[in-house]
Write a protein that binds this ligand. Sequence first.
Ligand SMILES: [Cu+2]
Length: 125
Amino acid sequence: MQPEIRLGIGERPGVMFAMLNNKGAATRLFSAKSPSFARIELHTHRIMPNGIVRMVQVDGFAVPADGNLVLKPGGHHLMLFGYKGQKGENITVTLEFSDGRAVTVAAAPSQRTRAGDKKLQHHSH
Ligand SMILES: [Cu+2]
């Protein structure tokens, strides 16, 4: 799966999905940075006691040994705040892991659609 970056509409944050294959010991993704964004947060979805699914910020994602970290709609994802890139420009995002590894991925951004946003309308930003 190619990394996928969707820019937010107007001032709304964008989102990034990807599947990262880890060939090695278990680790943890704890930070993501990009020259195209002011700030990137790690988010996941959690089912609240009232049954409503909410997006919450977390301080890391576990990456299994010789396994995959999957960032996908409705699951773990990166939330991209403060886009400062140019239209049509590729975006690079550097992912930092607790074992010292860093991986930079590149993607051509697409625009989030209103239909796509509906799934995320419960979230607070
Ligand atoms: Cu989010």
